[in-house]
Design a protein around this ligand. Structure first.
Ligand SMILES: Nc1ncnc2c1ncn2[C@@H]1O[C@H](COP(=O)(O)OP(=O)(O)O)[C@@H](O)[C@H]1O
Ligand SMILES: [Mg+2]
Length: 363
C-alpha cells in the first residue's frame, strides 16, 4: 500500500515535470526577446548576457562616441584652478593619482591616499563596480569614476537600488552609459542658455573632462532581437572617469532654500528636463552667487523620457516619476514595449549618431 502511494506520488511528479516543460501559450517566445551580450575586447570566449524585454537600441548602442570622447579628454598640460587661476596642476599628475586610486580600489580598500568619497550609493566595493564620486584631497577637483566588467554590465541588481529602476525605465541603461552623456549635455545646456537673457549671466557649470586609464579594458556589447535588420554592436571603455571643477557653495546655502528650488525647477522646465531637478544638483556658488549645475547627466536618458515634460512643483515631479516607473515596470503593453525598443526619444542627445548593425556570430 505504501509503495502504491509512493508510485502514485512519483507519477504525479512526473506529470507535473512534463507539464512544466511543456510550452504554455502564455510563455513569451524567447527567440524574440532582446538579448544583450557583453564580453571583454580580445576575449569573446567568456560572455555574459541578459535577456529582457525592456532593452532598447537607444541610448545603449549610441552613447559612446570615440571622437567626442577623445576631443574632451583631460589634457596632460597644466589646468588652472577655478578660484585661484594663478595656481595650476598638470593633468598628467591628476591622471597618475587616478591610476593609483584604481589600484587601491582593486585591492579592496575604501579609504584612499589622495581622495575622499563624496558619494558611493551606486558603487559595489566588493566587485568593485559602479559609480563612485570623490574629491581630490589636495586639488580643487571632483572625480566621477565609472567601472564595469562584462559580467556586472549585464547585471542591474549589483549596484544599488536606483540602477534597477533605471534599467527598466530607460531601455536597459546603467550609470556607466548615462555618465557618457554628461559632457554632451553640458555643452547642450551652455549653448541653449547663452541665448536666454534671463539665464545667460546667472547659470554656470564646472569645466569637465573625460579620462581613461592607459590600456584599460574595453567592453564589447552585442544586441540581438532588438534591431529589425540584424545585430547591434558597440564598444565602451570598461573604466573611465569625469574630472570636474569642485564648486564651492555659498554660506547662505541651505537645503530648505525655497527660492533655490523654485529657480531650479524653472530652469529644468526651460531645458525640457534635460537635467535632473534634484535640488542637490544645483549649488549657489560662493563669490559669484551664480546657480551652478554640478550634475549634467542627461535626465531623459537616465529615466527613459521620450517626450518633453514640465512640472510646476517638486511634488508633482516626484509623483510623475513614480507613475512612469510603475507603468514601465509593470503595466507596459507588448506593442508599447516594441515601439519603445526601436524609437529614438524626441529628447535624445545623439541624433547624429548612427547605430552599428552587423551580423555577429557567436560560436
Ligand atoms: N563639481 C562638483 N563640485 C562640488 N561637489 C560636487 C560636484 N560634483 C558632484 N559633487 C557632489 O557629489 C554629489 C554627487 O554628484 P552627482 O554628479 O550629482 O551624482 P549623481 O549623478 O549620482 O547625482 C553631489 O550631490 C555633490 O554633493
Ligand atoms: Mg546628482
Amino acid at each position: 500500500m505504501k509503495n502504491y502511494i509512493l508510485n502514485l506520488f512519483g507519477f504525479f511528479l512526473f506529470l507535473l515535470g512534463h507539464d512544466i516543460a511543456a510550452r504554455s501559450i502564455l510563455r513569451p517566445n524567447h527567440t524574440k526577446i532582446p538579448l544583450l551580450i557583453a564580453h571583454l575586447r580580445g576575449d569573446d570566449s567568456t560572455r555574459y548576457h541578459i535577456r529582457d524585454s525592456h532593452i532598447e537600441q537607444h541610448p545603449l548602442f549610441v552613447a559612446y562616441d570615440g571622437d567626442h570622447f577623445d576631443a574632451h579628454r583631460l589634457p596632460h598640460e597644466p589646468i588652472h584652478y577655478r578660484y585661484q587661476p594663478e595656481k595650476s596642476v598638470s593633468g598628467k599628475h591628476l591622471s597618475d593619482l587616478i591610476d593609483h586610486l584604481i589600484l587601491e580600489i582593486r585591492a579592496g580598500r575604501s579609504n584612499y591616499r589622495d581622495f575622499v568619497v563624496l558619494q558611493d550609493k551606486d558603487f559595489n566595493y566588493r566587485m568593485p563596480v559602479g559609480l563612485l564620486v570623490l574629491a581630490f584631497k589636495r586639488y580643487p577637483f571632483v572625480l566621477k569614476l565609472f567601472i564595469e566588467t562584462p559580467e556586472s554590465f549585464v547585471n542591474p541588481w549589483c549596484k544599488g537600488v536606483e540602477q534597477i529602476w533605471f534599467f527598466y525605465m530607460a531601455g536597459g541603461v546603467n550609470r556607466h552609459i548615462t555618465g557618457l552623456t554628461r559632457l554632451d549635455n553640458m555643452h547642450y545646456i551652455r549653448n541653449k542658455l547663452c541665448n536666454e537673457p534671463k539665464w545667460a549671466d546667472f547659470i554656470d557649470t564646472p569645466r569637465k573632462w573625460f579620462w581613461t586609464p592607459l590600456n584599460g579594458p574595453w567592453i564589447e556589447l552585442i544586441g540581438k532581437n532588438i534591431h529589425p535588420d540584424g545585430d547591434l554592436h558597440t564598444s565602451i571603455p570598461g573604466v573611465y572617469a569625469i574630472i570636474a571643477d569642485c564648486i564651492e557653495k555659498s554660506d547662505e546655502h541651505t537645503i530648505f532654500d525655497a527660492h533655490r528650488r523654485k529657480i531650479a525647477l524653472e530652469l529644468c522646465n526651460t531645458l525640457d528636463l534635460y537635467i535632473d531637478p534634484h535640488i542637490d544638483n544645483f549649488l549657489i556658488e560662493r563669490g559669484t552667487n551664480k546657480l551652478v549645475i554640478i550634475d549634467t547627466e542627461h535626465f531623459p536618458t537616465l529615466v527613459g523620457l521620450k517626450e518633453p515634460q514640465y512640472y510646476k512643483t517638486y511634488t508633482r515631479w516626484y509623483l510623475g516619476l513614480a507613475k512612469k516607473a510603475s507603468h514601465d515596470i509593470f503595466f507596459r503593453s507588448k506593442s508599447e514595449r516594441q515601439a519603445a525598443q526601436r524609437t529614438r526619444s524626441k529628447l535624445s542627445l545623439f541624433t547624429d549618431r548612427a547605430l552599428v548593425v552587423k551580423p555577429v556570430s557567436l560560436a
